[in-house]
Design a protein around this ligand. Structure first.
Ligand code: SAM
Length: 364
């Protein structure tokens, strides 16, 4: 049994089952044994691959989107770029190469703030991004959004919200109960059990006629909700915008908790800490929260539509013209991965939430 499993086992046996959000938080980010603090997840030989890791074009096109966004914000003289969960830093690396085409954008950008809880990945980000250039001197790491001064900002979050802890409710014979992580001493295995008592979380349940089917699971992304409340308060106050790209949660009910090991789905409650744990993102909920703050939304649309609207087909053609045969094959394969509806093109959705004073953005 791994160290993190020992810790969780002891905690459960001493104090009782733990909520899924506590379990996800420990599995992903325990400072010593959490997945993101022990592993570099991205790559063909590693556990999974993300869009910016697949192709430089992803970060490049987000740079084009950001320049358009900055122009529509009225070209503020002092603004910040923020990236949530930058992984290896590759998106920002490709982004910074492209924004050079707009010297004023770079000049007016006060800081680039990166927010990540993994100390291992922060080291890798530093290695990849701190090069001897004027723009890299603007990069700073923050532990909280509140540390960032209140200038207008453009925030980018690719596959960040799916990594935040969620809670789950399930309809049992005695009513809605919270799903918890428990440990069976005899079988020496973790398992899911239910809170003994009804929980306040049931007030999050949607009004739906389908609420009577025993076994139904409803997910509540509490961490995402509180993060967005904070973010949207700022977007409203200081004419800013964000771009969120993630796995879309398609159905209102159902269990989307998953972990991926060596590019295959694995059981999230087995070998805890050796693979990441994530859950699909509810884009309708993001939109609904944004309405509370009187913000406007572009999207959600599919990743494929977004990248095609931003010119990925032309960009691939351009790169192919100067590529050797091996690179040509790679470019074609990457393009397919990013936009094919059976790969990342359809399951990933893109939404921008912005201050109402910012007009419709390119890409949507
Ligand atoms: C799925 S990876 C995505 C990485 C990158 N955006 C990409 O597309 O390649 C999730 C990232 O979010 C970070 N992360 C996960 N949970 C977090 C949390 N609760 N707070 C801050 N960062 C977190 C991880 O360390 C990692 O960098």
């Amino acid at each position: 049994m791994q160290n993190l499993e020992q810790i969780l086992k002891k905690r459960i046996l001493n104090f009782g089952p733990i909520s899924l959000s506590e379990f996800i938080s420990e599995a992903n980010l325990n400072s010593k044994y959490g997945y993101y603090n022990k592993n570099l997840p991205f790559g063909e030989k590693k556990d999974y691959i993300t869009s910016p890791e697949i192709s430089q074009m992803f970060g490049e096109l987000i740079a084009i989107w950001s320049i358009d966004c900055w122009e529509k914000m009225g070209e503020p003289k002092q603004f910040n770029i923020i990236e949530l969960g930058p992984g290896s830093g590759v998106l920002m690396k490709d982004f910074l190469r492209v924004v050079k085409i707009k010297p004023k954008f770079i000049e007016n950008c006060k800081h680039i703030y990166l927010f990540d809880s993994s100390s291992l990945l922060k080291k890798i980000q530093k290695r990849n991004l701190i090069v001897n250039s004027a723009i890299s001197k603007k990069i700073k790491w923050v532990k909280k959004l509140d540390e960032i001064p209140e200038n207008p900002f453009i925030l980018i979050a690719n596959e960040f919200f799916d990594a935040l802890p969620i809670k789950q409710l399930q309809l049992t014979k005695i009513g809605w109960r919270e799903r918890m992580l428990n440990y069976n001493k005899k079988k020496k295995k973790f398992f899911i059990s239910y809170s003994n008592k009804p929980t306040m979380l049931k007030f999050f349940l949607p009004k739906s006629e389908n609420l009577k089917k025993i076994g139904l699971i409803y997910e509540i992304p509490l961490n995402m909700i509180s993060f967005l409340e904070n973010l949207f308060t700022r977007i409203k106050k200081i004419k800013s915008a964000c771009l969120i790209i993630d796995y879309e949660k398609k159905k209102i009910f159902g269990n989307t908790l998953k972990s991926i090991k060596k590019h295959a789905l694995s059981n999230p409650i087995e070998k805890i800490g050796s693979s990441d744990i994530s859950a699909h993102v509810n884009f309708d909920l993001i939109k609904e929260i944004s309405k509370k703050y009187n913000l406007s939304a572009d999207g959600p649309i599919s990743q494929s539509e977004f990248l095609i609207n931003l010119g990925i087909l032309k960009r691939t053609e351009m790169l192919i013209k100067i590529a050797n045969n091996k690179q040509k094959k790679m470019l074609t394969k990457s393009l397919e991965f990013l936009i094919d509806k059976n790969k990342m093109g359809k399951i990933f959705k893109v939404i921008s939430i912005k201050n109402k004073k910012i007009k419709n953005l390119v890409g949507f």
